[in-house]
Design a protein around this ligand. Structure first.
Ligand code: PEP
Length: 251
């Protein structure tokens, strides 16, 4: 499987700014993307229709969504459905990002529903998992990851494959803080996620991609991407500038 180099633009940028960044990124990556890498950008919903065609114009680049509501259509004011994302050119979506868990109060049950609904609708899903600093200090990293993986994947044990599912390990204390997890912490967490994936998805778990996220920057991406069981990265802050994200993609 190709390494998945993913950008999460969070709630940043106007449409014009998103188009400018995507256009610059497309120029920086066209004809330079190594055969073993693919690129995903998840902008705000507001600019998906403008940004997706720019990205998908480059071989190996995709657009994705940061969130959706797990229903086909209906009376869900303010929400957006997987079908509407596919219609805008999205191939992927995130579920369970730490900001949705800890700022918006999303719980494992809802996140599991999103993973299952998204896969059924035809989106490739990236399930984000990760412990808080208090959970790490209390020695609960594996217990937290086990619970988030079991509940996040509960509805897809029969249908998740290495092609339609990825997991992002994002320690909450490393997201947006500049405090990247060290190689030993990443290796240990990714080995545990791998073990759990193989137990939950016996035929596919060994090949499901595991991304690392948390203060990935151009100067640490090369080391991180070459660690065992690291099959990609999910990047927030350093993905907002095309130059910095392209250096990460090519690291
Ligand atoms: C993220 O938003 O998933 C993330 C990892 O953010 P940052 O790279 O800014 O830590």
């Amino acid at each position: 499987m190709k390494k998945l180099m993913a950008a999460n633009w969070k709630m940043y940028k106007t449409v014009a700014e998103g188009v400018a960044t995507a256009t610059e990124l497309a120029k920086l990556l066209a004809d330079r993307l190594p055969a073993d890498r693919e690129v995903l950008v998840c902008p705000s919903f507001t600019m998906l229709s403008a940004v997706a065609p720019i990205l998908t114009g480059v071989e190996g680049c995709f657009a994705g969504a940061q969130n959706f509501y797990p229903a086909g259509q209906g009376a869900f004011t303010g929400e957006i459905a997987p079908e509407q994302l596919l219609d805008l050119g999205c191939a992927y979506a995130l579920a369970g990002h730490s900001e949705r868990r800890h700022v918006l109060g999303e719980e494992d049950g809802l996140i599991g529903k999103k993973v299952a609904f998204g896969l059924d609708a035809g989106l490739k899903m990236i399930l984000c998992v990760g412990e808080t600093i208090d959970e790490r200090r209390a020695g609960q990293v594996e217990a937290v990851l086990a619970r988030q993986l079991e509940m996040g994947l509960a509805g897809v044990l029969e249908k998740a494959t290495a092609a339609n599912l990825a997991v992002a390990y994002e320690p909450v204390w490393a997201i947006g803080t500049g405090e990247v997890a060290g190689p030993a912490e990443i290796l240990a967490a990714h080995a545990f996620v791998r073990e759990k994936l193989v137990a939950l998805l016996p035929s596919e778990g060994a090949a499901v991609r595991i991304l690392y996220g948390g203060s990935v920057k151009p100067d640490n991406a090369g080391t991180i991407i070459r660690l065992d069981n690291v099959d990609g990265v999910l990047v927030g802050g350093a993905s907002l500038k095309a130059d910095s994200f392209s250096q990460i993609v090519l690291a």
